[in-house]
Ligand binder design. Structure first.
Ligand code: LLP
Length: 463
């Protein structure tokens, strides 16, 4: 949303206060490559195409609302991350952003590893044939059954999140007669937000074991003495949708400091560190994300430098991008229903989905872009709020955006950058049927997660 000191265009000049919501200088038909997936473009008729297929055809075949995922873009992003980090580091895709069997297969084909954080994600990964040693298992409250399943399957690592869990995993592994590789997740005292990081008051959260007060050092002490587990490293994750590398640098420095303390106390050099995920993507043209190679360089430089000054061998680094891989690769396609101009305020554009397919706007006040995609238009911009069809006034998909003022019911509009945390956080609120995910690649589109049906809903209702 662009805000400038200039009054808005003729249609809005009298209704929007100065300094507010100026119509964008750019042509509304332009698709900013920062927020749209790589194969998205407009064809000669002005309609959006992805992977060479026009949206009207996609809507006809798969219905709306639906998520369309640009498979070549997903694969290219996987490769960009693994090339950037190179053979001496590991990239774990964070499955919580979006996971399906097809995604697991793509990850395998592109040589990535997978981070799962629940029994359900683990089951999906194993079912799709991900080799267990390439899976990391996370979570602040894994059940004993989940731990057993992970240890039995032979996951490459379990990330321990509490003192109880160190003991639990050790017991399960001993019972199963194996030695489970583990990392300890520490809270480094950095709370990262989108554009800033605050180095205070962040230990007050449920994840990890604080470095402060020597708690993490005590966790290492215990993990090193217990049977059934092999401590291979330290894990840290500082937040999500982060643009500023400074938080990662502080985190890397503190994790390396702990490695040095462990070496001094136990004579052990832990061979791995994991710096988590959290790299931001562009939801609007105002966001400026870093490229994987810049991130890789910044992280490996800081770890190498810190290790050199502590006299440590440089550990193997791993990272866990979720949003940065899948987020930009998909858009949600909606059909416009009712259009309600509110004099002096804005125009409410209702679509056939809403907070059940994208909860992020309601939950985090997240910003999104939107475009008319079934055709182009030269009509003047109108300020809109794109809302869903749920019985809730907070059911907002795009809070403030401009669409052409000739928008009409039946038009298709699309919200880009919905690949991460939209389908994976979708709900059945108001008994909405969760939309399908359709993978599009080189002129072919195929459903990878089908649309829910009323039978699916009723099957669970056994009363
Ligand atoms: N590793 C760990 C340990 C994590 O907890 C997370 C995200 C990731 C990696 C991946 O983070 P990413 O690269 O995707 O930012 N629902 C929120 C995001 C929650 C993220 C939770 N953990 C949202 O929609 O913004």
């Amino acid at each position: 949303m662009s805000r400038s000191a200039h009054p808005a265009g003729p249609r809005h000049a009298d209704v929007y206060p100065e300094g507010h919501y100026t119509a964008p200088a750019t042509d509304l038909n332009e698709l900013d490559p920062k927020v749209w997936s790589r194969t998205v473009t407009r064809d000669a008729d002005g309609a959006l195409t992805v992977g060479g297929i026009e949206v009207a055809r996609l809507a006809e075949e798969f219905g709306t609302p639906a998520y369309f995922l640009d498979e070549s873009d997903f694969r290219a992003r996987c490769r960009a991350w693994s090339d950037a980090f190179g053979p001496d580091a590991d990239v774990f895709y964070a499955g919580k952003a979006f996971l399906s069997r097809a995604v697991v297969r793509w990850l395998q084909e592109e040589g990535l590893n997978l981070d799962v954080c629940s029994g359900g994600e683990l089951a999906t990964a194993l079912d799709a044939g991900m080799p267990a040693e390439r899976i990391a298992f996370h979570g602040n409250n894994k059940t004993v059954a989940e731990i057993e399943r992970a240890v039995e399957a032979g996951v490459g690592r379990i990330v321990l999140d509490s003192f109880q869990e160190i003991v639990r995993v050790s017991h399960v592994a001993q019972r199963l007669g194996v030695r489970q590789r583990v990392q300890i997740r520490v809270t480094v005292g950095v709370e990262a937000h989108t554009h800033e990081f605050i180095a205070t008051a962040h230990e007050d959260q449920k994840f990890g074991i604080a470095l402060a007060d020597g708690l993490a050092a005590e966790a290492v002490r215990r993990a090193l003495t217990l049977d059934g587990i092999e401590l291979i490293g330290i894990h840290s994750h500082i937040g999500s949708q982060i643009f500023d590398m400074a938080g990662f640098e502080v985190s890397a420095r503190r994790v390396v400091q702990l490695l040095a303390e462990v070496r001094d106390e136990h004579g052990v050099e832990l061979p791995e560190i994991d710096l988590g995920g959290g790299l931001g993507i562009a939801y609007t043209s105002e966001d400026d994300p870093r490229e994987p190679h810049e991130i890789a360089k910044a992280l490996s430089d800081i770890v190498t430098r810190e290790c050199e000054s502590a006299g440590l061998r440089t550990p193997r680094i791993s990272v866990e991008p979720g949003r940065a891989i899948v987020g930009p690769t998909a858009f949600t396609l909606y059909e416009v229903g009712t259009i309600k101009p509110l004099e002096g305020l804005r125009t409410y554009v209702s679509v056939d989905g809403g907070m059940s397919d994208n909860i992020r706007t309601a939950l985090y006040d997240a910003e999104y872009s939107v475009a008319l995609v079934s055709r182009s238009s030269d009509a003047e911009p109108m300020l809109v709020r794109v809302v869903g069809k749920h019985c809730e006034s907070g059911d907002i998909v795009v809070k403030d955006a401009f669409l052409p003022s000739d928008l009409a019911p039946g038009d298709l509009i699309a919200v880009p950058a919905t690949g991460a945390y939209c389908r994976s956080m979708a709900s059945n609120y108001n008994h909405a049927l969760r939309p399908p995910v359709v993978a599009v690649r080189e002129g072919e589109a195929r459903v990878i997660v089908r649309r829910e049906t009323e039978e699916d809903l009723l099957r669970l209702d056994v009363g």
